[in-house]
Design a protein around this ligand. Structure first.
Ligand code: FRU
Length: 491
């Protein structure tokens, strides 16, 4: 009976996608190599997993509007994390725990695991005016495409004594012979993650609070992720403070299973841009810890909405701990497959404003290395997506006096403005490496092999493709620049 209701809701959503797809496809801001929804609204990545050799990405999806609404799980698959194929909608609101006729409702964020050859989704059922408002649910599939909600749902009905009605975004993993689940919550304006354990994914026992805000790290913790990397454990949190979403941060420490406590020494911002939220990781069959995040923010102006869609994902990033114990995010190696038209420049010195004739492309990848030992300018800019007259531009500014790197999108086009600032990572060798991914409406900047990352959406004119170097009071020494055009992954 309930399977029928779910299937009807899924069919309706799929018909909506099919009928609107070509219109959204016309939008100039459609990305060429980033994942985005076929139509409608997309936020968090969900259920990121590899199943039977194929990568699966689910996402918070409203097929009926380009704004957030009754939230479904959209679905796509990929053999290499580069070329994506849209699949039928995986989860639609249909049951008393995730659907309501008269209030906000839906299948909120969650994760995926593989159990006994089945692909299992764990998600939060949300019904705004019900008590409890948020409950944890599961759905399973044996073909990786069609999902059946479990008749046992919700598998966690009440929020725990340490939490509150904000109780969402389960992340589940297997350790030794048990399943573990963390869920984001809050109590008395302190963000927390709480942990459960289970032997069968259906019956969950509450263990307690694994980590919580120290008072300054957010009053609600969303989309937690906790995983081992080398001999450490990494906890990632997407925090809310005073109803505003803050930048996700990570902590490097160790999870003490016996006492259910995560203790950490290092805490850092994961990405210093405005458009990076709700990251989720998975481990693939090659043993790589791969992260993908929503490349957007809740409150920003989204110019694509008038064309029937909104939301994108970052490129997949490999997480590594380096020998100094720092976390690095590295662009997925497979992305080199869409490179074409390679150009190399350098070494050279720039003393005045200089346009890099061979670097201008709107959809491109650029690696530039500066030798700071031979650079006398204390401040210099690398500008991308510049118009011919220079009025429109996205400015990467390196400030060696204040050891700061910033990305200024005040003149970047018709989208949101603002300057993202990050500490300039220390580089003993004196070489500063910028790795820049530009797409039709985005920029991701990886600094010194992913020690620091800045991700922003930008909406320049199509023909704003110049790239300039601007030293201030001195010269800049460029060891080399490599630039590629990147091909579209969409048919
Ligand atoms: C994070 C979030 C999650 C929630 C989802 C709803 O962006 O608020 O906490 O599950 O979005 O779409």
């Amino acid at each position: 009976m309930s399977e029928k209701k779910h299937n009807e809701a899924l069919n309706k959503a799929d018909l909506e996608v099919a009928s609107k797809m070509s219109a959204a496809g016309e939008c100039p801001y459609r990305l060429k190599y980033h994942f985005m929804p076929p139509i409608g609204w997309m936020n968090d990545p969900n259920g990121f997993v590899q199943f039977d050799g194929e990568y699966h990405l689910f996402f918070q999806f409203n097929p009926y509007s380009s704004t957030w609404g009754p939230i479904h799980w959209g679905h796509a698959t990929s053999k290499d994390l580069v070329i994506w194929k849209h699949q039928p909608v995986a989860l639609a609101p249909s049951e008393f725990y995730d659907f309501s006729d008269d209030c906000i409702h839906g299948c909120a964020s969650g994760c995926a695991v593989i159990d006994k050859g089945n692909l299992i989704l764990l998600y939060t059922g949300h019904v705004e005016t019900r008590s409890p408002m948020q409950v944890q649910c599961i759905a399973s599939s044996n073909d990786g495409i069609h999902f059946i909600k479990n008749s046992y749902n919700p598998v966690i009905y009440s929020f725990p004594k340490d939490g509150s009605k904000d109780f969402r975004d389960p992340k589940v993993w297997r350790y030794q012979d048990s399943w573990y689940m963390i869920v984001g919550t809050k109590q008395d304006d302190i963000g927390k993650i709480v942990m459960y354990t289970s032997n069968n994914l259906l019956d969950w026992t509450y263990i307690g609070v694994t980590a919580e805000s120290n008072g300054s790290q957010g009053d609600m913790w969303e989309c937690p992720d906790l995983f081992p990397l080398n001999d450490r454990d990494i906890l990632i949190i997407s925090p809310i403070k005073n109803t505003k979403n803050l930048s996700p941060f990570y902590m490097i420490g160790n999870l003490d299973y016996k006492n259910n406590r995560f203790r950490h020494e290092i805490e850092q911002t994961l990405d210093y841009g405005f458009d990076f939220y709700a990251p989720q990781t998975m481990i693939d069959e090659k043993g790589r810890r791969i992260l993908i995040a929503w490349m957007e923010s809740w409150l920003s102006v989204k110019p694509s909405q008038k064309n029937g869609w909104a939301g994108a994902m970052t490129i997949p990033r490999i997480l590594e701990l380096d020998t100094d114990g720092y976390l690095r995010q590295k662009p997925l190696d497979e992305l080199t497959r869409i490179r074409s038209n390679h150009k190399h420049m350098g070494p050279f010195e720039a003393e005045n404003f200089r346009t890099l004739m061979d670097c201008g492309e709107s959809v491109s990848e650029t690696i530039v290395e500066f030798d700071l030992n031979k650079t006398t300018a204390k401040i210099f800019e690398f500008q991308v997506r510049c118009s011919q007259d220079g009025e429109e531009r996205t400015v990467i500014r390196i400030d060696l006096l204040n050891n700061e790197i910033s990305m200024d999108r005040d003149n970047a086009g018709c989208g949101e403005k603002g300057i993202s600032k990050a500490p300039l990572p220390y580089c003993e060798s004196g070489i500063l490496k910028l790795h820049i991914f530009l797409d039709a409406s985005s920029i991701e900047l990886f600094i010194n092999d992913g020690l620091c990352v800045i991700t922003n959406r930008i909406y320049p004119q199509n023909d704003s493709i110049k790239c300039n170097i601007i030293p201030e009071n001195g010269k800049v020494f460029i060891c080399g620049i490599d630039n590629w055009t990147l091909c579209s992954i969409w048919e």
